[in-house]
Design a protein around this ligand. Structure first.
Ligand SMILES: Nc1ncnc2c1ncn2[C@@H]1O[C@H](COP(=O)(O)OP(=O)(O)OP(=O)(O)O)[C@@H](O)[C@H]1O
Length: 507
């Protein structure tokens, strides 16, 4: 039996809508030997599946090819660039289809580069797999990928096992200071440990203060490059006229002020790691320069006429949504795919509540130990009520905000046991500026202003109650309502009921 296996691509759908052949249909209709079965896997565009399947069947029937056994199968992946979930799905399908067929053809033209890469790696491990692609204009060709992945893989497994045996303690040590009690954070560390071993670019995502730099440094420390430097550059702070010089270096006399030869960060990180912090802030011009250096693996100092080869692993981090920036044309797609080979997403602290208490304890120990050098400093601990309060806070600035709040509380309070009040006094007061609504209305629009007002009131009252643990006086103060009776009026209007206070057991 001849089987065709493919991801469903956007081009396939778009072309179907124009009744024009796309990658899958070109291969299905033009391959010398017809397919007995066509298996398509997809994770989106559900609404078009039936149309697509019917359209393909019709085209096959017209061409007198088998058309009954065409199916689109739902698969779940974390994202179109998430290698782990793509590999899980592909492994299942490729194993099954390879066992069911004499010849399994895998279409590499549909789907994302990550999907094709995984298909090639998995398909190369089977003896009955062929890879095919289609070119614009309807031509198809069979790809003979002349590379023995299996032999290469065996050799690399042997290398990795021997390096693991000698490097294991170093690796776990690199991550040991990172508090990770929640399951979310445990899987972040697990992924980071795996990626540390593989010499691949890594993109670390997460809100500000979640620990992106800490994880990136640990990845470097746990990697085979740990004996070489990790160099950090804050891309948001790169002066536009000095980007080239900072990243690639310059020679004496290249510009006014270039009084001696200077190596750039790429050369300084040679053999090691370059950490590009806030990579989403790179200007378009700097993105082009960076991409070129990564593609060519060489850099040229400003004012020099020869280039130097560099061997640098790049770890990039950002709090911005890079995929959205790519979609909006603010970040180059080719650079994105180069950086986002391994992707780690660090969740916000408020979404991993189990970490708050152990983190607080670890940070308190660290602050106590640093402050022990002050003559009159006494080691502090956190009271149960203060810990409860800490757990109830949203920590919008994540671990960094928690750290600075604790630092202020421990250094400034005279209490050996830190109270809830000490923590409240140490919180940075944020003034909320949420009044800058940019509203546009067109003639004929109808707006229910009362409903909008009520939704806003409900959202703020609920959030404030959560933050204060339902304490009415504090909530009223937080919302600028004055006396707590005003809060009661608002709660009645919004029909929000507070949980009944527990009565103490009578003796
Ligand atoms: N899981 C953790 N365990 C212990 N300390 C942590 C953890 N996560 C973060 N920290 C501490 O929190 C602070 C902020 O971390 P880091 O600078 O890595 O955050 P970031 O995400 O890179 O922030 P930004 O986006 O603002 O650059 C640091 O002092 C770091 O040591």
């Amino acid at each position: 039996m001849n089987i065709l296996y493919s991801w469903l691509g956007k081009t396939d759908i778009n072309n179907m809508k124009k009744d024009v052949s796309g990658p899958i249909s070109v291969i299905a209709l033009k391959m010398a030997q017809p397919f007995d079965k066509i298996v398509i896997v997809a994770n989106s565009w559900d609404e078009d599946w039936i149309d697509y399947e019917n359209w393909l069947k019709k085209k096959l029937a017209i061409a007198h090819r088998p058309y009954e056994d065409v199916s689109i199968n739902r698969v779940r992946i974390a994202s179109p660039i998430d290698y782990k979930s793509i590999s899980d799905v592909s492994q299942k399908w490729i194993n099954k289809l390879s066992a069911d067929s004499e010849s399994l053809y895998i279409n590499l033209s549909s789907g994302t580069p990550a999907m094709s890469a995984v298909s090639v790696i998995l398909g190369k491990g089977k003896n009955n797999t062929n890879f095919c692609q289609s070119r614009e204009g309807g031509e198809i060709f069979i790809d003979d990928i002349p590379f023995n992945f299996v032999a290469e893989y065996d050799a690399s497994v042997a290398r990795s096992i021997s390096s693991k045996a000698s490097a294991l303690p170093v690796q776990s040590k690199a991550f040991k200071d990172i508090t990770a009690t929640s399951n979310q954070m445990k899987s972040v560390i697990e992924k980071a440990e795996k990626l540390a071993e593989l010499d691949l670019p890594v993109l670390v995502l997460g809100e500000t203060g979640t620990g992106k730099e800490v994880i990136s440094n640990a990845i470097h420390k746990a990697s085979n490059r740990s004996s070489k430097p990790i160099k950090t550059v804050n891309c948001g702070a790169l002066p536009e006229n000095l980007v080239d010089s900072i990243l690639f270096g310059h020679v004496k006399g290249a510009f006014t002020g270039a009084v001696k030869d200077h190596s750039g960060l790429f050369e300084q990180a040679d053999g090691g790691t370059l950490f590009l912090d806030e990579v989403g802030e790179l200007t378009p011009d700097a993105q082009v320069k960076l991409l070129r250096a990564l593609q060519q693996g060489e850099v040229t100092r400003v004012g020099d006429d020869k280039s130097t080869n560099v061997d640098v692993r790049v770890i990039a981090a950002t709090h911005r949504d890079l995929s959205e920036m790519v979609a909006n044309g603010e970040f180059r797609e080719d650079l994105f795919y180069r950086l986002a080979v391994g992707v780690i997403e660090i969740p916000a602290l408020r979404n991993r509540m189990e970490d708050i208490e152990p983190l607080t304890e670890a940070l308190v120990n660290e602050i106590n130990s640093t402050a022990s050098k002050y003559k009159n400093y006494k080691a502090k601990s956190i009271s149960t009520k203060a810990m409860q309060f800490i757990r109830s806070q949203p920590w919008r600035g994540n671990v960094r905000e928690l750290w600075s709040t604790l630092n202020r509380a421990l250094l400034l309070s005279n209490n050996v046991e830190i109270t809830e009040q000490d923590i409240i006094a140490s919180l940075i007061q944020r003034t909320k500026k949420d009044n800058n609504l940019d509203v546009h209305l067109s003639l004929g629009d109808v707006v229910d202003l009362n409903k909008i007002k009520e939704d806003i009131e409900r959202a703020y009252v609920t959030a404030a109650l959560k933050a204060t643990g339902n304490a009415k006086v504090k909530t009223a103060k937080m919302l600028g309502l004055g006396v707590h009776q005003n809060l009661d009026t608002l709660l009645n209007k919004l029909k929000i009921e507070l949980p009944k206070k527990r009565q103490g057991k009578k003796a």
